[in-house]
Design a protein around this ligand. Sequence first.
Ligand code: ATP
Ligand code: MG
Ligand code: MG
Length: 350
Amino acid sequence: EKTIGIIGGGQLGRMLAMAAARLNFRTLILEPQVDCPAAHVASEQIVAAYDDPAALAELARRCDVVTYEFENVPVHAAEKLAADVDVYPPPKALEMAQDRLTEKRFINGCGIPTARFHAIDSQADLEAALADFGGQGVLKTRRLGYDGKGQRVYRSTADSPEGGYAALGGVPLILESFVSFDREISIIAARGFDGAVACYDPAENVHRDGILHTSTLPAGISEQTAVAAREAADRILTALGYVGVIGIEFFALSDGSLIANEMAPRVHNSGHWTEAACVISQFEQHIRAVAGLPLGNPQRHSACVMTNLIGDDILALPEWLSLDDTLVHLYGKSEARPGRKMGHVTQLLR
Ligand code: ATP
Ligand code: MG
Ligand code: MG
């Protein structure tokens, strides 16, 4: 029996562990929080920090392969681990995705457009960059942002840049040009040991308070735009020598062209619909890829909409449970704090 190590014990780790169990793999998670979502699903847990040297040595010793469920695994820890055990996706993917500046340069280097951007290391940088963008832009922390945290939008020259640098914590920032998109889409793609790439259909995503609210399939985009998303995924995966599942977010403009926003070297919230509308979910696909098994067919058999249950949304659980063709997936979190992802539901539309 083979063991797959998973760094991180949140809901993504939990769903990876479920998929792994179905293919007869044991899972060993590394997660400092004892009562985490993955705890009761994984075979075993090492309770330690993600970069704890002894814990990483134990992972390397006990696992046949190690993967991760979040993109902020310290790169130095992943690289050290990779000297002793196979780590997929490759640590280079972490390095490219952890810093929005590095990420945009990498994506542009693959021949894929992003929003224009300036690195911001001071208030003077911010003022010069905003002037370059006509007073509009999205200021973001380069590292550790998620669910729209660590961001500030400048809509016009009336939004004073005063104090903007300090307001986001005085850490390295990036100012992106403001993209007037028609819609947001994402693509979930996988690359196997043999270099084969499998893309799921692009999802159309709607955010609420900066957090993903719904992913709808099919997205309201042309076949040409869908092909462009697949091609972009193919280039990124190939450039990274990638193994595993990746999620890539795009802005679709009214002319059908795509601008890449960001990528996550892991299974992705906007791919949760795959567990209900495809035979092989993104979670099984990731396990297959990192375990060196053949990728599954990513074909979608139904139209669907995935809705995140965030905070008090969980109170509507009885209504969701009473709907036909609706898969409910809960994460085992006891306390419904505002903004906390408690579960998701995927309703097949047919
Ligand atoms: P996630 O939770 O997806 O990781 P995040 O915190 O990393 O999100 P982004 O995806 O970069 O942040 O931005 C969050 C949302 O803000 C985007 O989905 C989009 O709606 C909006 N947004 C971000 N950048 C821009 C931009 N340059 N122009 C217009 N809107 C933007
Ligand atoms: Mg992000
Ligand atoms: Mg995002």
